[in-house]
Design a protein around this ligand. Structure first.
Ligand SMILES: [Zn+2]
Length: 233
């Protein structure tokens, strides 16, 4: 797929279509939009020169993949975790509370920044392998003493030079703090500017999402609080 210079279509932004992303390598494990991919490869090379094995552990995700995660959590097939990563007893929650509990860790289908191809999660692969530690993608792994600490420090100094920022750098009442989540600022800003909440409403309405009625009622504030991480409405 060639470099797309026009804004993404609503279907692309919601991960319903994937024509805006290209494979990072021949293995086809990770997909990003082209300008994000180019900037990532430059940053990865610079990290390598400094002895850091910067790799992606999660990149583009489709609407259907996110929907499957959502519905399994809603139905109790996957645990919903609290802010300390302990499973919540969902019998005590009403639909409104359940939505917020899921969204602390998992995005609403169609409203994940991972649909955009501009956002991805990183780790220091070699350091994780050498640490002989079961990697869980949790903040302590990026803090002092963790296998991704050196990477985290390196990114804090260098990532902005390559055009990246961290939308979930601090917890503001939306998504949990995610030091590993990076976004290609320029491309993401264009997605945000063109985001059509009405298209998302239509897509969710025709989907098989569990909790639909309450989700649709809360949609604008969910988008602000979690996708944009602007804190509670
Ligand atoms: Zn992420």
């Amino acid at each position: 797929m060639a470099l797309q210079t026009s804004p993404l279509s609503a279907a692309q932004v919601m991960g319903v279509e994937s024509s805006h992303v290209v494979a990072l390598s021949n293995e086809g494990e990770h997909y990003l939009e082209q300008s994000t991919l180019n900037a990532f490869l430059d940053m990865q090379q610079a990290a390598k020169s400094d002895g850091i094995d910067l790799q992606i552990c999660s990149s583009f995700r489709s609407f259907d993949r996110q929907l499957s995660i959502w519905n399994r959590k809603w139905a109790g097939e996957l645990p919903i975790l609290d802010k300390h990563s302990r499973p919540i007893n969902t019998n005590s929650l009403n639909d409104h509370e359940k939505i917020h509990a899921i969204m602390h860790w998992s995005a609403l289908p169609g409203a994940s920044r991972h649909h955009w191809g501009t956002d991805f999660d990183v780790y220091d692969k070699r350091s994780v392998v050498l640490s002989n530690h079961k990697f869980e993608l949790i903040p302590s792994e990026y803090a002092q003493g963790g296998p991704c600490y050196k990477l985290n420090k390196w990114l804090e100094v260098h990532a902005t030079k390559f055009g990246f920022d961290r939308p979930y750098e601090v917890y503001t009442g939306g998504v949990a703090r995610e030091p590993w989540h990076y976004s290609f600022s320029k491309s993401a800003a264009s997605v945000i500017q063109n985001f059509a909440l009405d298209s998302l409403r239509v897509e969710l309405n025709k989907s098989q999402i569990l909790g639909k009625q309450t989700i649709l009622e809360l949609l604008p504030s969910l988008f602000n609080q979690y996708t944009l991480n602007l804190g509670k409405a």
